[in-house]
Design a protein around this ligand. Structure first.
Ligand code: ATP
Ligand code: MG
Length: 414
């Protein structure tokens, strides 16, 4: 192991990828604001219990993916593997029940001990949205619509399908669980070892198995829709009706389950075929029991998380840095004047960098190489006349511009 490499599953992110990721976050924040969502920042680590309790011991995350450690004070802590549990913990800690409904967004790194591959890392980044305190199916429609709008703004609408399912309420889910156990018990001899374990702890997860043998058995398993009670069916119908009303296409995927224990009713994933095995770019659902499970009041919740790396890879926003104006003071006195001028131009929202070394020819070469738009040259003559030489780096044209008019002279250049 070379100590100068980033640790396995972590990466240095820069250049085009970093710009694309920033563009994803920017679009997310801009769109979420139009739905009335507000930024909500939570710690990167929490007491381990915060994740263990709601996610459940049988979930992949808790059973094998968490970065858990004891700190110097002997506290059991875990780097957040996702945002929902932490946000619900914060909702309780901060006593936000008076502020319901809460529309909250967060983004940043999350950590899972997984086998690294394209689109799957140990430190990755998520955008996250949570809507707390709304039990009605219309809230599910709102939060899915928000995700859809973000994906559309990233021009991903035709690369992605929305897969939708319902896990029903507690009663329906228990009935389904029982039906699955009966069915899988009958196929015990052909189930994979992992799935045999899930049969006890979390039989719904068998539906999600990647094992080929399991998949054949799963194909004949009972369907959730056969176990839904009236209230759960009605809830799901409302969600679909809402999506239809605003024209969001979806596919009902009866086999869609989510990895965490806390989901009820609506579960959804936005999936693409363009990222190989890592096809889910954004996923979420309803989690009405979670806050109670953490020891808080009975408050409903629905939300989602998207993987920023996967979204950025797919969106290829092609965002390039704005072209800079390069200011070139020739001589000591000009340096101070250049500082002032640069500040004035930046105040107009224009990118300005300074190049203070080498002869003029060298500086112009560097500016051209860096795709700058203009050079502003300030030498002794310019200082005494109060005008700068402005050189367009596209056509080489040169003009004399009074200091006060420089921002206007270089504005609007793409
Ligand atoms: P997967 O099935 O790919 O493991 P998941 O169901 O574990 O995904 P969620 O917990 O729903 O994922 O997280 C939401 C999103 O975060 C995923 O859809 C994905 O885009 C992203 N994501 C999850 N784990 C990783 C990871 N290890 N590396 C990069 N992105 C990830
Ligand atoms: Mg996973």
């Amino acid at each position: 192991m070379s100590k100068l490499q980033p640790a396995r599953g972590t990466r240095d992110i820069y250049g085009e990828e970093a710009r694309n990721m920033a563009a994803v976050v920017e679009t997310f924040q801009k769109v979420a604001a139009t739905y009335g969502f507000e930024p909500f920042n939570i710690p990167i680590f929490e007491f381990t219990e915060v994740f263990k309790r709601p996610l459940g011991d049988a979930s992949d995350i808790v059973s094998k993916e968490m970065y858990t450690f004891e700190d110097r004070g002997g506290e059991e802590l875990t780097l957040r593997p996702e945002f929902t549990a932490g946000i619900c913990r914060a909702f309780i800690s901060e006593g936000l029940q008076q502020s319901l409904p809460c529309r909250l967004i967060a983004h940043g790194p999350a950590f899972r001990y997984e086998r690294p591959q394209k689109g799957r890392y140990r430190q990755f980044h998520q955008i996250d949205a949570e809507l707390l305190g709304q039990e009605n199916p219309e809230a599910d429609v709102d939060i899915i619509a928000m995700a859809w709008r973000i994906l559309s703004e990233l021009r991903l609408a035709d690369k992605i399908v929305l897969e939708l399912n319902t896990l029903g309420d507690q009663e329906s889910r228990a009935a389904y669980r029982a039906a699955l156990v009966t069915y899988f018990e009958g196929h015990k001899e052909s189930l994979s070892e992992d799935s045999l374990r899930r049969l006890e702890s979390n039989p719904l997860r068998i539906l999600d198995s990647k094992d080929e043998g399991d998949k054949r058995i799963v194909a004949g398993a009972p369907l959730m829709s056969d176990c839904l009670n009236g209230a759960s069916s009605a809830f799901f119908a409302k969600v679909k009706e809402g999506l239809d009303a605003i024209g969001i296409p979806y596919k009902h995927n009866e086999r869609l389950v989510r990895g965490m224990d806390y989901y009820t009713h609506t579960a959804f994933e936005f999936v693409t075929t363009q990222l190989g095995a890592q096809g889910t770019v954004l996923a979420g659902g309803r989690y009405d029991g979670l806050i109670q499970k953490l020891g808080g009041p009975a408050v409903a919740g629905v939300g989602w998380a998207g993987g920023i790396e996967r979204l950025a890879m797919l969106a290829e926003t092609g965002k390039v840095p704005a072209r800079a104006v390069v200011i070139m003071p020739m001589g000591e006195e000009a340096v101070l004047e250049a500082h002032k001028i640069a500040e004035d131009i930046r105040a107009a929202g224009i990118v300005v960098t300074a190049d203070r070394s080498g002869n003029l020819k060298k500086r112009l070469n560097r500016a051209n190489k860096n795709n700058a738009s203009f050079a502003i040259i300030i030498g002794d003559d310019e200082l005494s006349s109060g005008t700068a030489t402005v050189k367009s780096l596209d056509d080489g044209e040169q003009t004399q511009v009074p200091f006060a008019e420089l921002a206007a002279a270089v504005a609007g250049k793409k």
